[in-house]
Write a protein that binds this ligand. Structure first.
Ligand SMILES: O=c1[nH]c(=O)c2[nH]c(=O)[nH]c2[nH]1
Length: 306
């Protein structure tokens, strides 16, 4: 082997975006789980980079096959459970693989309502958020980050923004009754570390409970800034969900500006029901982590790939 004058840094590999759909039949009633699963493995993999020896490489093609085989053999209970089964398999069954990171996006379907009631095997894709999960396993410890993205919410009042710094470039008018809208991306970290399967959270109810607390706090906070609303959402989640240690949000401020209709002699006031222009870009971007006191901040700062 030639001695490299460069050295290999962090590396990982796997099959990204395995789109797996599992149907479960319960008599005539069918159930659907629809996931996008990305596998990323690391371990004793220097040689494949240095010399091209594939002796320690489990092909990405095999990782893809494993995703589909596990969906059939074990079923898909939740994004987290499925990710955990895969992560444990890759590390525990393949000696050179030391760490597995499984990312899952889940797309929700709901039953179509017909005049006969809920259709047993006809579904419409739900337009709300995408659920996410990331499972990392290093042979001893599990870390599970659950989350969501694309959850768009709006308060048509109970939002103000005033009292901010004004310098020579400031043109923004103080607002005492504005629309507050955002598209929530959030990732939350579970305290459970995989040591005791019996004490694992109920992933489904944990997800639903977290989302409900987040939405409740958004609706119930009288907001003086999106930052304040974000913090309230995070603290309400952590107070209500003891299984969680920290939560991070990325929330674009989806500005709605009152249109100036004065040139047409028309008053356009929030108090009378106003007309707004929903601005697309640029947008304010408010991001923060909320932690349980004493917890470590481990969620990555950039949520875009989670
Ligand atoms: O909720 C807000 N936070 C800000 O930091 C900010 N900045 C701004 O121009 N509008 C807003 N709104």
């Amino acid at each position: 082997m030639t001695v490299p004058t460069t050295i290999l840094g962090q590396n990982q590999y796997g099959k990204a975006e395995n789109r797996v759909v599992k149907i479960t039949r319960d008599g005539a009633t069918h159930h659907i789980r629809d996931l996008n699963v990305s596998v990323s493995l690391s371990g004793d993999l220097d040689e494949v980079h240095y010399s091209g020896s594939n002796a320690n490489v489990l092909p990405t093609d095999t990782t893809k096959n494993t995703v589909f085989a596990f969906a059939k053999e074990q079923g898909i209970e939740s994004a987290e459970q499925f990710g955990l089964a895969l992560a444990r398999h890759f590390v525990d069954a393949t000696e050179p693989i030391r760490t597995a990171r499984i990312r899952v996006e889940e797309y929700a379907w709901e039953r179509i309502a017909t005049s006969e009631g809920e259709a047993p095997h006809s579904f419409v894709r739900r337009g709300q958020e995408t659920r996410t999960a990331q499972v990392t396993y290093d042979g001893s410890t599990v870390e599970i980050l659950s989350g969501l993205k694309g959850l768009t919410v709006l308060n048509s009042t109970d939002s103000e923004f005033w009292g901010y710094i004004k310098d020579k470039y400031t043109t923004l008018k103080e607002d005492y009754d504005r629309i507050l809208a955002t598209e929530v991306s959030a990732v939350w970290r579970h305290g459970w570390n995989g040591e005791d399967d019996a004490s694992a959270p109920d992933w489904q109810s944990s997800y639903e409970g977290t989302k409900a607390l987040m939405l409740g706090a958004f609706a119930e906070t009288y907001s003086l800034s999106l930052q304040q609303t974000l913090y309230r959402m995070g603290s309400q989640v952590l107070e209500g969900r003891p299984e969680l240690e920290e939560i991070r949000f990325s929330m674009p401020n989806k500005h709605h500006f009152k249109v100036d209709l004065e040139p047409f002699g028309i008053k356009n006031e929030a108090a009378d029901g106003a007309v707004y222009i929903a601005a697309d870009r640029p947008y304010g971007l408010i991001e923060a982590t909320v932690l349980r006191e004493g917890a470590e901040a481990r969620i990555p700062l950039d949520l875009t790939n989670l």
